[in-house]
Structures are given as structure tokens and as C-alpha cells.
Design a protein around this ligand. Structure first.
Ligand SMILES: Nc1nc2c(ncn2[C@@H]2O[C@H](COP(=O)(O)OP(=O)(O)OP(=O)(O)O)[C@@H](O)[C@H]2O)c(=O)[nH]1
Length: 264
């Protein structure tokens, strides 16, 4: 029988590589993993993340220590979030003995919301991305949130004798952070400028409210991204950002789309 003790198995990854080509990103992609995330109110929420974890591999090494990514993910003791991801990234960099590392997490995130008239509470789901990069130039942290909202067309409202077409829009904000920005902060910005925000649960008085509120706050797709950009442009915690909106038009079988990139 072959000897399978770890110390007697050849470490192929540790061999020298003769091609002299460095690799910028090598690691594991699309790992689904339970996640604990800390929120703005210091509570911990559970979710399931799709994780990509990479390091840079110098030219002289054949392979990275692939198993260590999963060891870190399975053993990391603290909840992850915008405040703790840098420590997690540093753990990856050190355990993998790498100069540069990158961690990408994408997960659904829930906010408990109160309906505007009845006050009934329900969860709304958002999509979140946390991207953390560490290389010779330092740490870079990007937070992305997809906020679903209602948009109501100003043109349709203006030219129609009654009604106005409206639809669900997906607004993505991706911000490079200079300081901590909470997921909820970005959600608040987008929801405050939309024709109307969404709720998981609405009773009839709430439905009347959101219908009329959207009618009173019409927005083109261009208005949506410009209004978000105006708010984020004043925020000293953000270095640069991208905001995009995809409006799933109810009068077409295609979307209207707009995107702004801005340095603060
Ligand atoms: N580098 C590399 N590893 C791979 C590849 N395909 C599979 N593996 C992994 O090789 C791993 C085992 O190698 P290491 O991670 O170096 O494991 P180890 O040497 O026992 O662990 P350490 O001593 O911590 O480095 C397994 O987890 C496989 O997932 C590949 O294409 N490249």
C-alpha cells in the first residue's frame, strides 16, 4: 500500500517553474459558503456568499497552496463586513505567503423595513458585493450594492391624460472606500432619490401610498443615476464610484440603462 502521510507526498505546487511567468491572480472561484456579516447597527446577519479568493504567484513557483483558501474560509472566527474584510484579506495574503491578494464576496443581504402607512414589517433583499484588494500600492476596498426601486416615467406622466408607465429598476452603486461606508448607507441614498422604494409586504393603504408617491416623484433612468451621483459626490468617505440603473421598462421588452463614473 502507498504511503499517504502528508509529509511523504510530493508537494508538486512547491516545485520550481522554468517558464519565468508571474501570475497576477490564482485561487478559488465560485465557492459557496455560509457567511456572517455585521451590519450598521452592530447586529450580525447570516447569508450565503459566492466567494472568489486569489493571490499573486511569483514566476519561480509552479503552484499556489490552493487548499489554504478553504482553510481560511472555514476557520475564520469573525463575522465579515466592510470593517473586517481587510483583516480577512491580510490572513489570505499571509497564509498564502503572497505579495498581493484579492477577495470577492457576493451575497444577498436583508433589511427589515416598515411599510409606509400600516407600519407592518418585512424583509427586503438586496445584492451586495465586497471586493478587497491588497498589493504593493496598499489596500483597496470596494463596496457594491444593488438596490431595487420603482421608477415612473416623467414623459409618460406629462403626455398622458391619466396614468404613467412605471417599472422596477435595479440600481447598482459600486464605491471605492476611503473610510467605512455601511451597506445601509448606500441603500438609503438610492431609495431616497427613487420614484419610490420597494417593500416586501404592503397592505392596501400602503399600496395606495406607494402608487401616489411614485406618481409625484417621476424619474428618467438619467435622473436616477444623476441624483445618486450628486449625493455620493459630496461624501468624503468615498474615493470614486460607479452608479448604474437598469429600468425594466413596462412598455418595452427591453431595458433603459444609464451609468456614471465619478472621482470624488
Ligand atoms: N495550485 C494548484 N492546486 C490545485 C489545482 N487543482 C487542485 N489543486 C489543489 O491542490 C490542493 C492540495 O495542495 P496544497 O493546497 O498545496 O495542499 P498541501 O500541500 O497539503 O497544504 P499546505 O501544506 O498548506 O500547502 C488541493 O486542495 C487541490 O484543490 C491546481 O490547478 N493548482
Amino acid at each position: 500500500m502507498r504511503d499517504c502521510a502528508a509529509e511523504t507526498l510530493e508537494d508538486v505546487q512547491g516545485r520550481a517553474d522554468p517558464r519565468a511567468i508571474a501570475i497576477q491572480r490564482v485561487g478559488v472561484k465560485a465557492v459557496r459558503h455560509p457567511l456572517r456579516i455585521s451590519d450598521r447597527d452592530d447586529r450580525v446577519q447570516h447569508s450565503i456568499a459566492l466567494c472568489n479568493m486569489y493571490v499573486a504567484l511569483p514566476a519561480h513557483l509552479k503552484g499556489t497552496h490552493m487548499s489554504r483558501f478553504l482553510e481560511i474560509l472555514n476557520r475564520y472566527p469573525d463575522p465579515l463586513g466592510v470593517r473586517t474584510i481587510a483583516g480577512f484579506l491580510e490572513e489570505v495574503r499571509q497564509r498564502l505567503e503572497a505579495q498581493a491578494a484579492r477577495v470577492e464576496l457576493r451575497f444577498p443581504y436583508f433589511v427589515n423595513k416598515r411599510a409606509p402607512v400600516s407600519g407592518v414589517e418585512s424583509l427586503l433583499d438586496y445584492e451586495v458585493e465586497i471586493l478587497a484588494d491588497r498589493d504593493a500600492s496598499g489596500l483597496q476596498l470596494d463596496l457594491g450594492v444593488m438596490v431595487p426601486v420603482t421608477s415612473l416615467c416623467p414623459c409618460s406622466k406629462s403626455i398622458s391624460d391619466y396614468g404613467a408607465h412605471n417599472q422596477r429598476s435595479h440600481v447598482w452603486v459600486r464605491a471605492q472606500l476611503a473610510q467605512t461606508v455601511w451597506i445601509e448607507d448606500l441603500i438609503d441614498v438610492v431609495e431616497s432619490v427613487a420614484s419610490c422604494q420597494l417593500y416586501g409586504l404592503l397592505k392596501r393603504p400602503d399600496e395606495k401610498f406607494v402608487t401616489e408617491y411614485a406618481y409625484d416623484h417621476p424619474k428618467f433612468v438619467e435622473d436616477m443615476v444623476r441624483d445618486v451621483a450628486l449625493r455620493l459626490h459630496k461624501d468624503p468617505r468615498i474615493r470614486r464610484f460607479t452608479v448604474s440603473s437598469e429600468n425594466f421598462e413596462s412598455i418595452h421588452n427591453h431595458s433603459a440603462y444609464a451609468e456614471i463614473h465619478m472621482d470624488n
